[in-house]
Design a protein around this ligand. Structure first.
Ligand SMILES: [Zn+2]
Length: 425
């Protein structure tokens, strides 16, 4: 989260210290407005501790840049004087979140206020296509999304791409994505050069971290400060929120829970090790056990849509298919076993399960919850609940878009520098 687009030449700008202070204050005001529907200047001054005159001055700049708008009056108390209120606007500023996974590319584009402008999922065999072709496809989907957002009146200020693997977020390099067969791929640079005519900065981050942020800000357990999110795809990753903050670790690589070894005599994992948790609970493992005719990696078979595979499973389970019921019970128990390791380590209140785990939650959760209760040591920690995400396959791309919004709010001057100044009358 340390990468920032380079500052532009400061021709005629205030000295660096003052500019930084102003940037921080603009950010403070925008953050306050993000957390509330609308506020008067007086309320903002009160909440931020800034002087009234400073707030008015900052607001003039934000209004001029169309990042906030006047929204009429707010009445304070029964006899209070009406005050003019402002709200976050930025309908012309876009935030594009994307996710590439084993079998799809997802897109979630919003404006600054979170209004959804583009949302789609494209079936794509990233596993079989190799990195060059996957990056090209990602570039094409990104270009289409940027164009669609511009047609809707919002120019994306940044793109964040979620990847299922280890990501060096500072350099924008995918260090290792075992299920995509990627290693040391400079994805941010490659995508930036493919999209160079569009002039939109690109960042890359881990899918589970971004999905955990989406859950924490807008999911089923939003606001729960001790929350673990699990991606339920072919691979399984974890995003860990502790005290309301994303846990990244010393090198940014925490949360690789899919590669906890749970069975030393198990199957080989995409990472090359044996018996990783995701070889027990990943979608590929469930499909192999429940409907082997649709298993991943069968030669000559077209890549089925993951949503269709999961829908087939749900239909079979609903009709009581024995092979599927047995397979899902086993996966549920392994899910609970891994969940208990996380509960013993981090003592979360909830473990939000995403991806296919959420779609099949009614069959998986009873087994998983039993197992978790049995294996967690501290009684209060054993009250940790598995809950199904309601954000669907789009959680990571949604989190990616909200990270672009956070970046803008952290440093709104990146927008102001690139947006046209109104012509003085
Ligand atoms: Zn592994």
């Amino acid at each position: 989260m340390t990468y920032k687009p380079p500052n532009r030449a400061p021709g005629g700008a205030p000295p660096a210290g003052l500019a930084a202070l102003r940037r921080a204050n603009l950010s403070l005001v925008l953050r306050e407005l993000r957390d509330h529907k609308s506020l008067s200047r007086a309320h903002i001054a009160e909440a931020t501790g800034l002087h009234r005159a400073t707030v008015s001055n900052l607001m003039a700049e934000l209004l001029e840049r169309r990042l906030v708008r006047e929204v009429g009056v707010e009445h304070v108390g029964a006899v209070g004087r009406p005050r003019r209120a402002v709200a976050l606007h930025g309908a012309h500023v876009g935030a594009l979140g994307m996710e590439i996974n084993v079998d799809y590319i997802a897109v979630h584009g919003t404006d600054l206020s979170g209004r959804i402008l583009v949302e789609r999922r494209v079936v794509h065999d990233a596993m079989g296509s190799g990195p060059d072709s996957a990056v090209r496809r990602l570039g094409l989907v990104a270009k289409e999304a940027v164009e669609a957002m511009r047609r809707a009146g919002a120019s994306p200020a940044g793109i964040v791409v979620a990847v299922p693997g280890l990501v060096d977020v500072v350099r924008g390099v995918v260090t290792l994505a075992p299920n995509l067969y990627w290693h040391d791929l400079p994805l941010a640079d490659q995508l930036s050069s493919l999209l160079s005519p569009l002039r939109v900065p690109v960042r890359v981050d881990n899918d589970a971290n971004l999905a955990a942020l989406a859950e924490y800000t807008s999911g089923v357990a939003a606001g729960t400060p001790y929350l673990v999110y699990l991606t339920g795809e072919v691979g399984v990753g974890g995003g860990i929120i502790l005290g309301g903050e994303l846990l990244r670790g010393a090198d940014g690589f925490s949360g690789e829970v899919g590669h906890l070894q749970v069975d030393p005599n198990g199957a080989q994992c995409g990472c090359g090790r044996i018996g990783c948790w995701e070889t027990k609970v990943g979608l590929a493992a469930l499909v192999r056990a429940a409907m082997p005719e649709q298993a991943y990696g069968l030669p000559g078979m077209p890549m089925p849509d993951p949503g269709e595979r999961v829908a087939d499973l749900a239909r079979g389970l609903a009709s009581g298919d024995r092979r599927m019921t047995t397979a899902v019970a086993q996966v549920g128990e392994w899910l609970g076993l891994g969940g208990s390791i996380l509960a013993n380590l981090f003592n979360p209140r909830v473990i939000v399960i995403g991806g296919y785990f959420a779609s099949l939650a009614q069959w998986l959760l009873p087994h998983a919850q039993d197992q978790l209760q049995r294996l967690v040591v501290a009684a209060p920690a054993a009250q940790c609940r598995f809950v199904a995400s309601t954000l669907g396959f789009g959680a990571a791309s949604r989190g990616a878009a909200s990270m672009v919004v956070s970046d803008i709010i952290d440093d709104p001057t990146t927008i102001m520098d690139s947006s046209p100044r109104p012509v003085p009358h």
